[in-house]
Design a protein around this ligand. Sequence first.
Ligand SMILES: C[S@@+](CC[C@H](N)C(=O)[O-])C[C@H]1O[C@@H](n2cnc3c(N)ncnc32)[C@H](O)[C@@H]1O
Length: 373
Amino acid sequence: MDPIARDLSRWIPTLLDVWRDAHRRGSGPDDRLLPGELREVASGVRKLSRGLTGARDLAGSRYMDEPSLLGAYLLFYWPISYAQARHALRSLPTRPRSALDLGSGPGPMAFAALDHGVRTVTAADRSEAALEIARQIAVRRGESLSIRVWKAANQPVPEGSFDLVMAGHLLNELWSGQPDATPRRAGLVERAFERVAPGGRVLILEPALRETSRAMLAVRNLLLTRGIVPLSPCLYRASCPALVKASDWCHAEIPWEPPEFIASLARAAGLHKESLKMTAMVFGRVAESPACPEDPALFRIVSEPLASKGRQRFMGCGPRGRVGLSLQTKHLSDANRRFARLQRGDLVRVEGCEEKGDGLSLGPDSRVEFAKT
Ligand SMILES: C[S@@+](CC[C@H](N)C(=O)[O-])C[C@H]1O[C@@H](n2cnc3c(N)ncnc32)[C@H](O)[C@@H]1O
């Protein structure tokens, strides 16, 4: 079993226990909700889903202070954010010893960091109710978690020196809809860097929606002008090419089989959760970051396979920018066979292509190999 899935399945009984306690329920099974509980939580999940990903009228509101929504967040979105964070933490070059989790809510990223091997973690949020749930989880699991009440808009980033500052699904909730949202969010990331130890990193996760992903890319562009560079997933350090066309955005998609607990809650709420989708970016200070790769044959795959008759197509993004890559099925060969199996997020070297239109066309002699930066 994948270690992230295994660890996540161990969290479910704790989350259920904390939820039942907070809602003054009696005891129940430790791996599933009773039918009445399932209906109640599913209703909260539907409200959260509509409010955070549909109409987005809950984004930035105090939904964590509403017990039924905090409960639904704990049982449905906590495990998803936990799994997202565990995957994103793998993209860090070294394991941080200390981390600060901004906008932690009930702490999925904080506990993911502890499971990743980070020794000391501080969770900060404006919702005292969500922090209290994080505290109860820590107590039940014997984890040591520091907690700070923190209001992003008018308080300094909590004091300390951390190898990693994380913010999961927070930025899109701040200054939402305001004309100066981009500089204010970039300003918060800059202030977070004031708490980052030398050589440390900032990890931002955002929802994989077009609007929130593009807003994050605009923040990325502004940070570039202020000596803060995107280290992952970007292989390109100029203005993000996904912002050129209004229909483009950039996100990761990780194949995922959710635990049965989440799958049944998703079914009850009428949602689909077959993969983990997120916009995830790691930032570093330019002076403390490796140089940007220059190899023009290097690409991150930034699309799913794009339907095209007689051809396989992907979008790749690399040191030469965002480029369409295509291979006619009749040109499949041993050298390029991997092309057919590429997935969003893969890092590949593609050699021996021809420029065609605004993209690259692979032929039978083109080579496709998985790469490392
Ligand atoms: C979508 S939740 C994310 C929780 C967790 N980080 C995760 O990834 O699942 C957004 C969190 O940001 C917090 N938040 C929103 N606005 C805030 C603000 N102005 N100051 C501090 N926290 C804020 C909310 O209370 C909520 O816990």
